[in-house]
Design a binder for this molecule. Structure first.
Ligand code: ADE
Ligand code: ZN
Length: 340
């Protein structure tokens, strides 16, 4: 079988479940916002900034990511960031998104919680009206910070519960196991929110187990280190707990040296509910289509596998059954490429 071609992959109806809005901040928009807010960046040009995007680990990346987010100050900034991402989604036939935002990255700099969430939500509303892209928003806690400040953030979110579908957990994984936030996640569940968590990106399979058992996540973000634990693989196959996998992120952060080493298609063939996502596309070299394309190029992903991955993302989403049905109809209408 031949690998799926790129125009076909771009046209493939897609769903994105693992995307940090702050990680979709392209250098061009970063410079625009810096100027608008009277800030100066420690780079002379967009090219100089982009060329700094060489990472040896998750922490290398996070240092630049938090620095970049400092240009986000006003409701309009968060709105424009969100709309820029949704424009890219529209161009790549993404039907539905469930983005993350990191309020603590901003509230710690004195930006008020309502400024952040109102700006993002007005962008999501405009994206639906303009492009028909449906969405659900996920609030992530920064795991390198402590439990008490996560509780404070959850309290700030309480008046906005109708705008949130879930809480998540991100930032530096090593040394910050999911169970550090068991009580915060229990409270979030009591408030009616679902839960997801980054686990097994760089960290060990034990973190995936505790994300599932202690945080009771509906999905595991990344989760690729499950390959190191046969019993976990069997459990994930049996329960169909989805993994939101981010291929370009994993190679750019040196989780795998080469895309040829990436396990996603092996996991798909073993019956796990794996999905393709872009994570921080402005930093890692591409959005949804580029991630699918990387799998076609390096792993000879077939059109059938691409459709299966997209179908898993519909299943794994928090969209209502009616919206899932609509999205499946669009996916089922796709014809296989005739030649490559
Ligand atoms: N925050 C933004 N991107 C992240 C990633 N890939 N892992 C953990 N935290 C993040
Ligand atoms: Zn992520």
């Amino acid at each position: 079988m031949t690998a799926a071609p790129s125009a076909w992959l771009n046209a493939l109806p897609k769903v994105e479940l693992h995307l940090h809005l702050e990680g979709s901040l392209e250098p061009e928009l970063m410079f625009t916002l810096a100027k608008r807010n009277g800030l100066s960046l420690p780079y002379d040009s967009v090219e100089a900034l982009r060329s700094a995007y060489q990472f040896g680990s998750l922490q290398d990346f996070l240092d630049l990511y938090y620095q970049g987010a400092e240009v986000l100050r006003t409701e309009a900034d968060f709105h424009d960031l969100t709309m820029a991402y949704l424009q890219r989604c529209h161009a790549q036939n993404v039907m539905h998104v469930e983005p993350f935002f990191d309020p603590q990255t901003h509230t710690d700099r004195g930006i008020a919680f309502p400024v952040i969430i109102n700006g993002i939500c007005s962008g999501l509303t405009e994206g639906f009206e303009r492009y028909g892209i449906s969405s659900h928003l996920i609030l992530c806690f920064l795991r390198h910070l402590d439990e008490a400040v996560a509780f404070e953030t959850l309290a700030q979110a309480e008046p906005y519960l109708d705008r949130l579908v879930a809480v998540g957990l991100d930032s530096s994984e090593h040394g910050h196991p999911p169970e550090k936030f068991s009580r915060v996640f229990a409270k979030a569940r009591e408030m009616g929110l679902r839960t997801v968590a980054h686990a097994g990106e760089e960290g060990p399979p034990e973190y995936i187990w505790t994300a599932i058992k202690d945080l009771q996540v509906s999905r595991v973000d990344h989760g690729v280190q499950a390959t190191e634990d046969e019993s976990l693989l069997a459990y994930l196959a049996e329960t169909q707990i989805p993994l939101t996998v981010c291929p370009l992120s994993n190679t750019r952060l040196c989780v795998y040296d080469r895309m040829q080493d990436h396990p996603i298609l092996r996991l798909l063939d073993q019956g796990l509910c794996v999905t393709v996502n872009s994570d921080d596309p402005a930093y890692f070299g591409g959005y949804m289509t580029e991630n699918f394309q990387a799998l076609a190029d390096a792993l000879k992903m077939t059109a059938e596998q691409a459709i299966a991955l997209s179908d898993h993302a519909i299943t794994a989403s928090f969209a209502c059954e009616q919206r899932k049905h609509q999205m499946r109809e669009r996916l089922n209408a796709v014809s296989l490429p005739t030649s490559t």
